[in-house]
Design a protein around this ligand. Structure first.
Ligand SMILES: Cc1ncc(C[n+]2csc(CCOP(=O)(O)OP(=O)(O)O)c2C)c(N)n1
Ligand SMILES: [Mg+2]
Length: 621
């Protein structure tokens, strides 16, 4: 076989340098190295490798960049978990994390995390190795239509030369990398898939690798190259069309959903909302994932899900400013629908339709930009006094409902799920970010917390899957350094492979506390209307609710954790929570196990809702 003169080609920046050359293992490695280096120059700092032979050149190239340029390299045998981990890390860092996989079903396993990344606007870079076109569609092993698997979730699909990456010029590789990076960090950000055919021979000998390492020139940039087309910190008024405006100084309300913008723009968002509320006196209904709860400069209403269905339809609200996606609360959704009025929905650059109620005029240029673009006369207008009255009235209900919660959610004795949210909120230090798994943990936090502490609260509700929970938490921990995950038993079990990350998190000196609420299956389903009213045998003949919905599992979370060398503590009463947390603060990855009764806790939630009724009667406007 003809030897490939890689050293000559490395020096050359010609677009034709490598065309028509015979592929060799060295050429595959050099092309892979060039591609990853191009991403590194654009700002890539973290990469997850899943094992495979076809992706070998990319893996070796990543290993070289780890040694030479401090690329942070993670490894994972399970592609689904790898993608969720990368998603968590990308969410916390605000920059794309790359995932390298081999061909075949490895690629299909990435889809769940990409669906979430797409919906919640988180950048990811998927690099999948494939066979060259000569081996496609002819029965070759592990060769599938992987270039199309991720289509529905990706901002952009690109590919290397169908003859193999090594046949591409460095110039073409640079262009491919730039395009992928720009598309992933566009507005909204999201996943990008590069399918990369690699021809054989794939694997360089250790002797050739040594030669390459001796001669290859590394220039690791400390600052990423700035691309004009990646402009994630600024949204302007112009490119999103006419600015919608409220027509008068009528009373309104601000509804804030989970934050889906760039991390860099968040401080400006907060400033704008403080300014807007001070000016209008409109009340704010803030989702826990909005980051606004506990913010001392804002007065948020947080118990809305408990009382909105009990207030009169017309309380004088004539307009609604909706920021970002709809909060999880069903009562709030119903209330917005009934209230109608003039509604403006502002997203942070996401132009995809977000108003499933079909009531709002959507503008996608970002809230800060919207405030800055509002006409002077809006800011000169004095606030409508009715707004102040409505706000004070709602604040009064908020205080009364919070008092009711304090009276009814015991902080001692047997642990009840709604109380747990309130206890944890007060015990977890504010420098420990919290991730709430989908299902009851996120809803209990929304409804039953006191919201006087400014925690960073994460949740992945783009598609509200219970999959990938533990891997997402591990990914967040890799950036934040510490995290408390609050998860249901099924959600944790769904992603039990996520425990495999503990070794790498420990090496990073990261700390993760996983608090699992084991209520013997999907407690959320207890709220379904189809749930038989009693557990009596009578209903068994109608329907086996446990078998069809809640699906309790017999696996023991503590034994699973122990198999991964993770210590666990069983919390048996509310008084134990503090000491269990304190023990966990000094460890790397810990499981705290809380057993609850989903049947009783579903009743407790209902009971609290019914106790809100008299409060509302006393405080009708
Ligand atoms: C991937 C995925 N599969 C199924 C569902 C539907 N689902 C929503 S909540 C839930 C049960 C969650 O149970 P658990 O984690 O124990 O939390 P709990 O409801 O008990 O609070 C299921 C299966 C989902 N959201 N995502
Ligand atoms: Mg459960």
């Amino acid at each position: 076989m003809r030897k490939y003169h890689w050293s000559v080609c490395v020096a050359s920046r010609s677009c034709h340098c490598l065309e028509l050359s015979v592929p060799t293992a060295s050429a595959n490695l050099l092309s892979s190295l060039h591609l990853l280096k191009a991403f590194f120059m654009l700002g890539l700092r973290r990469l997850v490798i899943c094992p495979g032979s076809r992706s070998g050149p990319l893996a070796v190239a990543a290993g070289i960049l780890e040694r030479k340029c401090n690329l942070q390299l993670f490894t994972c045998i399970d592609e689904r978990s790898a993608a969720f981990f990368a998603l968590g890390a990308a969410r916390a860092s605000g920059t794309a994390v790359a995932i390298v996989t081999t061909s075949g079903t490895a690629v299909a396993n990435l889809l769940p995390a990409l669906v979430e990344a797409d919906k919640s606007g988180i950048p990811l870079l998927i690099l999948t190795a494939d066979r060259p076109s000569s081996l496609k569609n002819c029965g070759s092993n592990q060769t599938v239509a992987q270039e199309r698997f991720l289509t529905s979730a990706c901002r952009w699909l690109g590919h290397g030369s169908l003859q193999g990456l090594s046949t591409m010029s460095y110039c073409a590789i640079n262009l491919l990398a730039e395009r992928a990076w720009v598309e992933a960090h566009g507005i909204p950000s999201g996943p990008v898939h590069l399918n990369l055919p690699l021809d054989e021979p794939l694997h360089i000998t250790s002797g050739d690798l040594q030669k390459l390492l001796d001669t290859y020139r590394f220039d690791c940039p400390t600052k990423p190259k700035k691309l004009d087309s990646v402009n994630i910190d600024y949204l302007g008024c112009e490119q999103f069309g006419e600015i919608p405006c409220f027509i008068s100084d009528q009373p309104g309300v601000i509804v804030v959903g989970p934050w889906r913008g760039s991390n860099l723009r968040y401080p400006a968002f907060i400033k704008s909302i403080v300014r807007f509320q001070r000016h209008t006196n409109w009340p704010i209904f803030a989702d826990p994932l909005s980051g606004l709860r506990g913010c001392s400069e804002l007065k948020s209403i947080t118990t809305y899900d408990l009382f909105l269905d009990k207030i009169p339809v017309d309380i004088g609200i004539r307009q609604i400013l909706r920021l970002g996606p709809m909060p999880a609360s069903r009562q709030l959704q119903q209330w917005i629908k009934k209230t109608g009025g003039s509604q403006i929905l502002i997203t942070e650059g996401d132009t995809r339709p977000q108003d499933f109620l079909h009531l709002a005029q959507q503008w996608s240029g970002g809230f800060s930009a919207w405030c800055n673009c509002l006409p002077e006369q809006f800011w000169n207008m004095t606030s409508n006094s009715t707004s102040l009255d409505i706000n004070s009235w709602l604040q009064c209900i908020e205080v009364k409902t919070q008092n009711l919660l304090s009276q009814n959610l015991s902080l001692v004795g047997a642990i009840r799920e709604p109380s747990l949210a309130r206890i944890l909120e007060n015990l977890i230090p504010t420098d420990w970010p919290i991730m709430l798994a989908s299902s009851s943990p996120v809803r209990d936090w929304e409804n039953f917390t006191q919201n006087i502490t400014p925690h960073t609260v994460e949740g992945f509700r783009g598609s509200s899957g219970i999959d990938g929970t533990l891997s997402l938490a591990m990914g967040l921990t890799s950036i934040y350094g510490r995290l408390v995950l609050i998860s249901g038993d099924l959600a944790l079990l769904h992603d039990s492979n996520g425990w495999l990350w503990q070794q790498q998190i420990s090496q990073l000196k990261g700390q993760l506390i996983v608090l699992v609420i084991d209520n013997g299956g999907g407690g959320i389903f207890e709220q379904l209307k189809i749930r038989p009213k009693s557990e009596g045998l009578r209903y068994k003949s109608v329907m086996d609710f446990e078998k069809l919905f809640t699906m309790p599992q017999s696996a023991d979370h503590r034994i699973l954790a122990a198999a991964h060398n993770i210590s666990s503590y069983v919390i048996t009463s509310a008084e134990n929570i503090k000491s269990a947390l304190e023990r966990a603060y000094s460890q790397s990855v810990t499981l705290l196990y809380v057993g609850t009764n989903r049947f009783y806790d579903a009743h407790l939630r209902q009971e609290i809702r019914s106790k809100v009724v008299p409060i509302m009667k006393q405080h009708l406007p």
